[in-house]
Ligand binder design. Structure first.
Ligand code: PLP
Length: 229
């Protein structure tokens, strides 16, 4: 098995070649290393190899990792990428760089309220269920515009864009990524400050090339860096 550092190099080469193919600069795509179910020691290994952005999906595990001795004192940038229930917002609000999985206006409102209690401004994304599979979280693509409009005025939070998990088939995934991009463009048209709405968090180990070709600005890679879960 390859080391985490070697895997990171490989993934970065693949990102570079996808960017080249897409006519985009490499620095337009932020690599988030998804460390869910993996140890703090594994995160540390990636950190030592230069990785700074990490993604976690489960609140309890995330809180444990934030406090882990292996990572103490290190400036790790944490993205919460799992589905976030409203009653858990309070536990993570002051520890995250960005929250990716908000799929209800009421959760964004709770994030706003808790962020203001800490005197923070927290960046977040609305999760969209582009595949329209009933088993997945996320706003229906048809209702995300309206949801975004309700979110614009919330204090102490900044809606930065959209996030999705695509269908397993890469061709279908590519179409869904394109739909997410078009949806973000529509939201920007009505936004008070379109310059804030720049992020498309899409693409995982199996489909990040397609995502980059369709404009992903953040890709969330677990397996290709840390191995199978
Ligand atoms: C687990 C997870 C990932 C990473 O998936 P891989 O296929 O292991 O790269 C990305 N995004 C979300 C929301 C996840 O839960």
């Amino acid at each position: 098995m390859e080391s985490i550092a070697e895997n990171l190099l490989t993934v970065k080469e693949q990102i570079a070649s996808a960017c080249h193919k897409a006519g985009r600069r490499e620095d337009e795509v932020c690599l988030i290393a998804v460390s869910k179910t993996k140890s703090a020691a594994a995160v540390r290994e990636a950190w030592d190899a230069g990785q700074r952005e990490f993604g976690e999906s489960y609140v309890q595990e995330f809180l444990e990792k934030v406090e882990a001795p292996e990572l103490s004192g290190l400036p790790v940038s944490w993205h919460f990428i799992g589905h976030l229930q409203s009653n858990k917002v309070r536990q993570i609000v002051d520890k995250v760089t960005m929250v990716h999985g908000i799929d209800k206006v009421s959760t964004a409102e709770e994030l706003s309220k808790r962020a203001s209690q800490h005197d923070l401004t927290v960046d977040y994304l609305l999760e969209v269920n582009v595949s329209r599979e009933g088993t997945k979280y996320g706003l229906n693509p048809d209702s995300v515009l309206q949801a975004a409009e309700q979110c614009f005025a919330l204090p102490n939070v900044r809606l930065r864009g959209l996030m999705t998990i695509a269908s397993p088939n890469p061709d279908t995934a590519r179409r869904e990524f394109a739909e997410l991009r078009v949806t973000l463009d529509k939201i920007r048209k009505n936004a008070p400050d379109p310059s804030q709405l720049t992020e498309l968090s899409m693409g995982m180990s199996g489909d990040f090339e397609e995502a980059i070709l369709e404009g992903a600005t953040m890709i969330r890679i677990g397996t290709a860096i840390f191995g199978w879960r």
